[in-house]
Design a protein around this ligand. Structure first.
Ligand code: V47
Length: 396
């Protein structure tokens, strides 16, 4: 039984008491949770916190991803997606090609189906030359063509790059994008905030202060954002915890973060994996990091088990380790798959809902902003959901 005596014996007594009381964990308690050999005891705490906030609900979104260019001035050593402008395989979509891509991925049909579509997720490399009008036209065209869909586009890194290369302030740029139809920023580009880690991984990219400042400005302008952490390469547990703590402090100030996404490092076709021979995090480290995300980010509502990077099976388990969101139908994904992700390219709504129900969850369809979009579909709702119960409490 997961009780105080067990947690005391594991050196986790104060973490246990604080989680039960809904109090904030400090970084030393986080470190004790990262190094405790009893993985199950750690994930049980996270599951308790997850159930207290979301019960058995597991969120997902009917979405499409669009990567408008893979040309990028930053040479991040973990990235398998980027290309130089003159390199074989480099591309830039015109706005018309981007719309065609979304049409070919079945967005019209999804929007017209009973489930609707809740999100278009648009990100790309930091291109050296694309004009500002390209970005504004892209957002406006997607929003005009599919007005019911929430446009989540451009990471804080892309925003910083665009502002700098077009001589705009970040608030001006964000306001212009918002006026064009941008509703939200995705969480990419955060990696690990530590300057030591960034110097090894991505020395040319916007630094932590810039990433956090762009997110803060977005929140001030009424644009919610997500946040990520790319883990399992050269960083220490302490550096992961400091990353989570900086996000937690941003969220204390603004409340603008919707979801946190821990991204396990995938090692194929990138210099970090291939040259250093790194293996990426194992399943236990991934589940523990999902759990620590839930426990440390006590003020961020959603923790995503991004099945594209975790694999569908591990993402299912992560739903019992603190995560409450699976992301989406996706349909076509490049960043993770070019780095060796073994997951499918997309999942249908029945597949996602079956995956959630198989672990006792209740599917909740949402949009990019995490607004619920109606009941689960009838064809997978026939099985009686098994309510989640906290491993820290006797079943009622
Ligand atoms: O920013 C790049 C990461 C991110 C690798 O906001 C890698 O809802 C693992 O941010 N191994 C892009 N990860 C994905 C992303 C995302 C995905 C889904 C939903 C949301 C959201 C955001 O992927 C990049 C980078 O941090 N990444 N290379 C790699 N080799």
């Amino acid at each position: 039984m997961f009780n105080e005596t067990l947690y005391e014996s594991l050196g986790l007594g104060s973490a246990y008491r604080k989680v039960l009381a809904g109090q904030r964990l400090d970084l030393d308690e986080g470190e004790a949770l990262f190094t405790c050999p009893d993985l199950h005891a750690v994930t049980a705490l996270a599951q308790h916190a997850r159930i207290r906030r979301h019960g058995a609900a597991v969120h997902y979104v009917v979405n499409r991803q669009l990567n408008y260019t893979n040309v990028c001035v930053n040479r991040c050593r973990f990235c398998s997606f980027r290309r130089e402008g003159d390199q074989a395989g480099s591309y830039v979509m015109t706005v018309e090609q981007a719309l065609d891509r979304l049409r070919q991925s079945g967005l019209d049909e999804a929007v017209q189906s009973p489930t609707g579509a809740g999100e278009v997720h648009i990100v790309g490399g930091c291109h050296p030359e694309l004009p500002l009008d390209y970005y504004l036209s892209l957002i406006q065209a997607v929003q005009t063509r599919w007005p019911s869909v929430v446009v989540k586009a451009f990471t804080a890194v892309e925003i910083a790059h665009l502002a700098r290369t077009h001589g705009l302030t970040v608030p001006d740029l964000l306001q212009r994008l918002k006026d064009a139809g941008l509703a939200m920023l995705p969480g990419g580009g955060a990696e690990v905030f530590s300057p030591r880690v960034r110097a090894e991984l991505c020395p040319e990219k916007a630094d932590a202060e810039t990433w956090l400042a762009v997110s803060r400005t977005a929140h001030e302008l009424g644009i919610p954002t997500n946040a990520t952490m790319l883990f399992g390469h050269v960083e220490t547990f302490r550096e992961r915890l400091e990353h989570l703590d900086r996000l937690r402090r941003l969220q204390d100030d603004t409340g603008g973060l919707r979801c946190f996404i821990p991204l396990p490092f995938l090692t194929k076709n990138n210099p970090l994996g291939e040259r250093l021979g790194l293996k990426g995090p194992d399943a236990a480290d991934i589940l523990r990091t999902v759990a620590l995300s839930r426990l440390m980010l006590d003020n961020v509502p959603h923790i995503k088990a991004y099945w594209v990077m975790l694999g569908v099976k591990l993402a299912q388990v992560a739903l019992h380790c603190g995560a409450d969101d699976l992301d989406g139908s996706v349909v076509e994904e490049r960043i993770g798959h070019e780095a060796g992700a073994g997951s499918p390219q997309g999942m249908t709504v029945p597949e996602i809902e079956a995956c959630i129900r198989a672990v006792g969850g209740t599917p909740v369809r949402r949009d990019a902003l995490f607004r619920p979009l109606g009941a689960a579909t009838a064809d997978t709702a026939s099985r009686e959901p098994v309510p989640f119960h906290s491993p820290l409490e006797e079943p009622a």
